[in-house]
Design a protein around this ligand. Structure first.
Ligand code: CUA
Length: 155
């Protein structure tokens, strides 16, 4: 079979690129210790409901006047389903999942995380404007994914 010279170069180029990309992925995965962006907190996903502070999800006030919000994601809901936050408050969200990977996204804020079983992710936002905020799962997690949302009321 005759393969044209340019086609052979092109196949060689493609093969080299494949090797380069696989090497980059391998180095990133095995040598750089890449993990989900978080405070690197681990949690036993089978015991989320018994593990403090996720045994009482919701809003907790810190001594300095800021807040912590603990969320558990599970098919196909968030706990708590509704959170009431005082306007102007700074809230750090801590989120984990008790089953599969979910998303944790609050439109019109910078809050955009994954809820990963075995991990606790965290992000902070200051709710300057009162109103009703939607909390969405934006990772496909199963047949009820599109119904997975919660509400945050800022007043
Ligand atoms: Cu949970 Cu999509």
């Amino acid at each position: 079979m005759h393969v044209h010279k340019y086609e052979r170069w092109w196949m060689l180029f493609g093969t080299c690129m494949l090797v380069v990309f696989l090497t980059i992925i391998g180095v990133a995965a095995f040598l750089d210790n890449i993990n989900p962006p978080s405070g690197m907190q681990r949690i036993d996903p089978t015991r989320v409901a018994q593990t403090p502070p996720f045994d009482s999800p919701g809003l907790h006030k810190r001594a300095d006047g800021t807040y912590e919000a603990y969320y558990v994601a599970q098919v196909f809901s968030f706990t708590p389903a509704t959170l009431t936050v005082p306007a102007g408050s700074r809230v750090t969200f801590y989120v984990t999942s008790s089953d599969v990977v979910h998303g944790f996204f609050i439109p019109n804020t910078a809050i955009n995380m994954m809820a990963i079983p075995g991990w606790v992710n965290e992000q902070t936002h200051t709710f300057d404007r009162p109103g009703e905020y939607l909390l969405l799962c934006h990772e496909y997690c199963g047949i009820g994914h599109q119904n997975m949302f919660a509400k945050i009321e800022v007043r």
